[in-house]
Design a protein around this ligand. Structure first.
Ligand SMILES: Cc1ncc(C[n+]2csc(CCOP(=O)(O)OP(=O)(O)O)c2C)c(N)n1
Ligand SMILES: CC(=O)[C@@H](O)[C@H](O)COP(=O)(O)O
Ligand SMILES: [Mg+2]
Length: 629
């Protein structure tokens, strides 16, 4: 890093160096940090606008608290690039989200400053409370601070934690970083309420008054005793949090670094559950991101003077195809409703949200509620379609069982980002959904291999009359047939793409194309089946294939343990057939960040590896047969 371009930042190798600076230099450091962030992320791609908005907050927190002795927890971790920069990872930022590079979010094994490995929202308050209890029992003097955004605060578990923390009266400081944005605009009554606090005409006066009051108080004890009543009167907005047992301070301007430092220094001395409400601007310091924070939440590589491509041009992705299908379904059936837990744009639902305002529900970061709401809508005669990323659906497993399957209600669960997602790393790989859904009675589960098939399977799910899941991956797909159609698929039937001998490949989802292509390119005469259904599984086809081939090789974009391939082996065996089955997919480990194709190669799931492994398996079997003879 050049010390000419970054005179202050280039000298910060850890928060200790930061503490050497006078407060008056911190805002210059903030602008250097912002420049560095913009210049680096524009070259790497990654999470962008949230980090920009949290620059001053991050500096102030590391300036005031004694990290890593004091424990700083970032909710989600997508805003933590400035934290990484200040905690010794500045020069590695250019490797973020890449194979063997920095983790996309926080990662315990990456740094002693990362208290938890993160990626999913709304976890920080519970974790902070746990640490605070442990610290009290251990009789150490560590402070615990959790930083949670207004979006992450909408997750129910954050309230479960506050309810508990307020009651226990433990020592936790919560920083509510309120930029009035989730990925899309923050939704819900709490967020409307908080927006009113931030936009109240008295807000600016309050900031000035607050700054004066908080920074001019010399003695903390005096502050603790007297300011409490004074602040309560002054900071009326926090009544809700006060009712939950928190000492609420705010809202204050999260870009005024001197105020932040002085308020945090005071709050550091107080005890019990405290919440500091900080107003920030998502994308702060890069105009296009401030204007369109949704588009800049996560960015591809871009030219800094130009910005990212934000046009609606067609990309042939599974999420966009889902969005188009939802529009089509809604147009043909007025009972169709679209539900998203805060992932409107990523799920391709923007056009639907604009055209069908009354039938669209962004429920905030509330996956459990999204499924429960869908269950209620379905029981009331509607046709809810709820789209959830595979990794976040893990949050709502009980609702799948208890509230969809046991009720046997017609809810379509569109499972997006299913399979390897690539650079978002271990917390975000959507590799468990097959394993956790296939064991649930009353559910069916489909895995389209193309965009045309995704459309038909969604039609099938909608017409099914019971809970049905359609899982599809992140990114692009091919059109194998007509896109806009009423056609459905026969439930529980696989499709033989090519019929050969010796090895039968049974594949779920788009990975089938790579296997099919490789078999053809290598001029091999093997069978390739696009299995289409995880559940019900085409037992007849499996039995017939087991009878005709020496071995079966299954491949799925999900974990092998408990996956669909294991069901094939079970079906072969329960039909008294002798046909060894090799299950390929994600091994029993968490998959680090890399591009999707790097991950497939690493896990031996690309076409060439799959065919190679299958042939080895066949050879192994033949050897054993020869030995037995
Ligand atoms: C359980 C879960 N659901 C959804 C997401 C996707 N997600 C990541 S960040 C985010 C928005 C968070 O908003 P906020 O906490 O206010 O942070 P900001 O980006 O505004 O700084 C969402 C919905 C997630 N990470 N975890
Ligand atoms: C941090 C987080 O959970 C989201 O920002 C997620 O990274 C979005 O993923 P997509 O880019 O696949 O929509
Ligand atoms: Mg926010």
């Amino acid at each position: 890093m050049s010390s000419e371009q970054y005179p202050l930042l280039s000298k910060i190798d850890s928060p200790k160096d930061l503490k050497k600076l006078p407060v008056s230099k911190l805002s210059s450091l903030a602008s250097e940090l912002r420049d560095f962030l913009i210049s680096t992320v524009s070259k790497t791609s990654g999470h962008f606008a949230s980090g920009l908005g949290a620059v001053e907050l991050t500096i102030a927190l590391h300036y005031v608290f004694d990290t890593p002795h004091d424990q700083l927890i970032w909710d989600v971790g997508h805003q933590a690039y400035p934290h990484k920069i200040l905690t010794g990872r500045r020069d590695l930022l250019k490797t973020i989200r890449q194979k063997n590079g920095l983790h996309p979010f926080l990662w315990r094994q990456e740094s002693e400053y990362d208290v938890f490995s993160t990626g999913h929202a709304s976890t920080s308050i519970s974790e902070a409370l746990g640490l605070a209890i442990a610290n009290r029992i251990e009789k150490n003097d560590k402070k615990v601070v959790a930083v949670i955004g207004d979006g992450a605060l909408t997750g129910g578990v954050a309230f479960e934690a506050m309810n508990h923390a307020g009651d226990l009266n433990e020592d936790v400081l919560i920083i509510l970083n309120d930029n009035e944005m989730s990925i899309s605009e923050s939704v819900g009554s709490l967020s409307k309420h908080m927006a009113m606090w931030l936009s109240a005409p008295s807000y600016n006066n309050m900031l000035k008054k607050g700054r004066k009051t908080l920074s001019s108080l010399p003695k903390i004890k005096e502050f603790a005793i007297r300011a409490h009543e004074h602040l309560k009167g002054m900071m009326l907005p926090g009544t809700l949090f006060e009712e939950l047992g928190f000492n609420y301070v705010g809202p204050i301007d999260g870009h005024d670094i001197e105020t932040l430092v002085s308020v945090l220094q005071n709050l550091k001395q107080l005890k019990g559950p405290r919440i500091l409400h900080v107003g920030t601007i998502k994308g702060k310091g890069y105009q296009p991101a401030e204007e369109n924070p949704t588009a800049y939440h996560g960015v591809p590589k871009f030219d800094v003077p130009v910005g990212v491509e934000t046009s609606d041009k067609k990309r042939n992705t599974f999420d966009e195809n889902f969005g188009n299908w939802l529009m089509y379904a809604a147009e043909h059936n007025e009972k169709v409703m679209g539900i998203t837990p805060a992932m409107c744009s990523g799920s391709g639902m923007v056009p639907f949200s604009q055209k069908y305002k009354d039938r669209y529900f962004d429920v905030a970061i509330a996956e459990q509620h999204a499924l429960l709401l869908s269950s209620g809508l379905a029981a009331g005669g509607m046709l809810p379609v709820v789209c959830v990323y595979s990794t976040f659906l893990q949050r709502a497993y009980d609702q799948i069982i208890h509230d969809l399957a046991i009720q046997d209600v017609p809810v379509v669960v569109a499972v997006d980002r299913a399979g390897v997602v690539g650079p978002d790393g271990p917390t975000h790989q959507g590799v468990f959904d097959i394993a956790f859904i296939r064991s649930v009675p009353n559910m069916i589960m489909m895995t389209p291999s193309s965009l045309g098939m995704q459309w038909k399977m969604l039609n099938t799910a909608l017409a099914y009359g019971h809970p049905a899941a359609v899982r599809y991956p992140r990114g692009g797909g091919i059109f194998s047939d007509n896109e806009v159609t009423d056609a459905t698929v026969e439930i529980g039937k696989g499709n033989v793409l090519r019929e050969g001998k010796d090895i039968c490949f049974i594949v779920w989802g788009p990975l089938v194309h790579d296997v099919y292509r490789t078999v053809n390119e290598q001029h091999k005469d093997y069978t390739v089946v696009d299995m289409r259904f995880v559940k019900p599984m085409d037992e007849e086809l499996i039995v017939s294939m087991a009878g005709k081939h020496s071995v079966i090789v299954t491949l799925e974009d999900g974990v092998v343990q408990g996956g669909a391939g294991e069901e094939v082996a079970r079906l072969v065996s329960r039909n008294y057939l002798v046909c060894p089955v090799l299950n390929l997919g994600i091994p029993d480990e968490f998959i680090e960040q890399a591009t999707a194709s790097e991950i497939y190669e690493q896990c031996g799931m690309d076409g060439v590896s799959v065919v190679g492994k299958a042939e080895q398996f066949l050879d192994g079997y033949k050897n054993i047969l020869n030995r037995v003879k």
